[in-house]
Design a protein around this ligand. Structure first.
Ligand SMILES: Cc1cc2nc3c(=O)[nH]c(=O)nc-3n(C[C@H](O)[C@H](O)[C@H](O)COP(=O)(O)OP(=O)(O)OC[C@H]3O[C@@H](n4cnc5c(N)ncnc54)[C@H](O)[C@@H]3O)c2cc1C
Length: 532
């Protein structure tokens, strides 16, 4: 059976989306929030109405079979999935569409495409699932002397090539999407166990290139920790690192490429550390009177070395929005998993930490309650959320998120500063109150990773500028109050101004030097992480 195409506008495949009931429920909530009866609705243009410039280059005959300048391919590779991408897509603006989309079928073709690009004065954008929310895959020529843009889509490099069950690792091609990767490991009862919310439509190479965070809250959840070795095709040649469980041999070459966001080379393969599939689970939801009491309980859990798989606090509004509670309490979704041992001791101790801060288990208890009640409501909302944005933007609803990390001693003041700055910006920009909510995605012994969602009613024709003003105010507040501009969404183009303030200047100079050594012509993703 052939799979349906990925949408050129929106999340997932053509035909997928919110059900009518889900859409009605979401809109009812926004009507109450913004106190409006009706939303002004604008539909995105059909593919056939989107205007694109003529392709400015054509592939050489040897590469023609793996290249396309078909309008669908060009449009579907112009943007990622950020609010600004949706706002421009809604307006039918695809000004920076790539001229050619190349779908290499093997590593030799990846190298040949880089050679061709160098000779043809074309920039190259590595493309995994295109789920970037920071402008990481938009091919931009501004500030460069380049004449054309090639997007290099790795979807055909999608195999698990080798499994080493003794060391529990696998050699995997970088273009594989999450579900296909897990399906190939399942017969061996193994898992990568890396589940970003975008899991279905993002790739191993994209995860490594952006240092993605999985949805588990502690310990092994970041892609960084799973990378055993890498193979990268750069314009300067191929780099392959050595498979090792650890090494103290100088700065880590793997770490240079993990988080390199496509500017240093194209990751084609990686040996990834795997895990046995979990068999034991314990969890459920715990109610707290307020967000900060829940945060103190989470700090105690994190510092006790309990390492829960899920440890997500939802503030009362976020709990209400996701159906996890009625808005009167903060909810902690707590879970433990193990392939090896029962977890009664761990959950028992975590509940003691919660009780110390006024937390009480919801419902009948938490023995294996991670798929019930508030925890289940939250999980369902989490899975369906990606489909909402394309429907909301049609109604000029600006719904977006930003994420950060901060040490515990600054957390409470930081939270209040960032929330207030974002609420103020929404009011100033849109002329009416909006909503800003917070949850934790990851927690560490020395601090949490707070994840903010904001909701504002914008105006068609002005959406991009309105979003940018709110996003800038929030980003300013994050950086001024000592947080990071991103905990796991990466830098791309959208976070550049704040990343440039966060990263030490000499480090940026060192990164520029590394780029020059690997990509002397500056072909790869100009404008991402560094100036072109
Ligand atoms: C609904 C939604 C939920 C999300 N949830 C999470 C989450 O839970 N955790 C999280 O960390 N992120 C999340 N993201 C952000 C995004 O999914 C991640 O950044 C993801 O890692 C990107 O993977 P991708 O394959 O889609 O990469 P792309 O979006 O295609 O590319 C991202 C960047 O990596 C580069 N790149 C891609 N593949 C390669 C390669 N093989 N070699 C070199 N460079 C490459 C690109 O040039 C680009 O700069 C979410 C996004 C959405 C839309």
């Amino acid at each position: 059976m052939t799979e349906r195409r990925l949408k050129h506008f929106g999340w997932g495949r053509e035909g997928e989306g919110l059900t009518a009931e889900e859409e009605t429920a979401a809109l009812a909530r926004y009507r109450r929030l913004f106190k409006v009866e009706l939303f002004d609705e604008v539909m995105p243009p059909p593919l056939s109405d989107i205007e694109l410039g003529r392709p400015r280059l054509a592939p050489p005959p040897a590469l023609a079979p793996c290249c396309s300048s078909d309008p669908y391919d060009r449009v579907a590779h112009t943007y990622g999935k950020s609010f600004s991408d949706y706002a421009r897509g809604l307006a039918g603006r695809y000004d920076h569409a790539p001229d050619v989309v190349a779908y290499p079928r093997n590593e030799a073709e990846v190298a040949a495409i880089l050679d061709w690009a160098g000779g043809a004065q074309a920039v190259v954008t590595p493309f995994g699932g295109g789920s970037t929310v920071v402008g990481g895959v938009e091919p931009r020529l501004d500030g460069t002397a380049y004449k054309a843009a090639i997007t290099l889509d790795l979807r055909h490099l999608n195999r698990v090539l080798e499994i080493d069950p003794t060391s529990r690792a696998a050699r995997i091609e970088a273009g594989v999407f999450g579900p296909a990767l897990e399906a190939q490991l399942r017969p061996q009862a193994l898992t990568l166990r890396h589940f970003p919310q975008s899991f279905e439509y993002s790739t191993l190479g994209g995860w490594i290139a952006t240092r993605s965070g999985g949805h588990f809250a502690t310990l092994y959840t970041h892609i960084d920790d799973f990378v055993e070795s890498l193979r990268v095709v750069t314009p300067g040649g191929v780099i392959e690192t050595r498979r090792l469980p650890g090494s103290g041999a100088g700065p880590s070459p793997d770490r240079l490429f993990i988080g390199s966001e496509g500017i240093l080379g194209v990751i084609t393969q990686a040996w990834m550390r795997l895990q046995d599939r979990p068999r034991f689970r314990a969890g459920g939801a715990v109610r707290f009177a307020d967000f900060f009491s829940a945060a103190r309980a989470v700090r105690a859990i994190a510092q006790a070395g309990l390492y829960p798989t899920n440890c997500r606090i939802l503030d009362p509004q976020e709990a209400l929005n996701t159906g996890a509670a009625d808005g009167s309490a903060a909810i902690l979704v707590l879970a433990f998993e193990s392939a090896d041992h029962p977890l009664d001791t761990w959950i028992g101790r975590a509940l003691e930490c919660c009780a110390d801060h006024g937390g009480s288990p919801e419902g009948a208890g938490v023995a294996d309650g991670h798929r019930e009640g508030a925890a289940e409501a939250w999980r369902n909302a989490f899975i369906r959320m990606p489909y909402a944005r394309e429907r909301l933007v049609r109604r000029a609803i600006i719904a977006d998120t930003f994420e950060t990390a901060i040490t515990w001693e600054r957390f409470e003041a930081f939270h209040d500063t960032v929330k207030t700055a974002t609420e103020t910006a929404i009011r100033e920009v849109t002329g009416r109150p909006g909503q800003v909510t917070c949850r934790f995605t990851h927690v560490y012994p020395d601090g949490p990773a707070p994840y903010f969602s904001f909701h504002a009613l914008g105006r068609h024709g002005d959406l991009l500028a309105q979003w940018r003003a709110i996003k800038s105010a929030a980003s300013e507040a994050l950086i001024a109050a000592g947080g990071t501009i991103t905990h796991h969404h990466a830098v791309g183009r959208d976070h550049r101004p704040w990343y440039d303030r966060e990263a030490p200047e000499l480090f940026a100079a060192a990164l520029r030097a590394a780029k020059h050594a690997l990509d002397p012509q500056g072909l790869l993703n100009p404008g991402v992480l560094l100036d072109p």
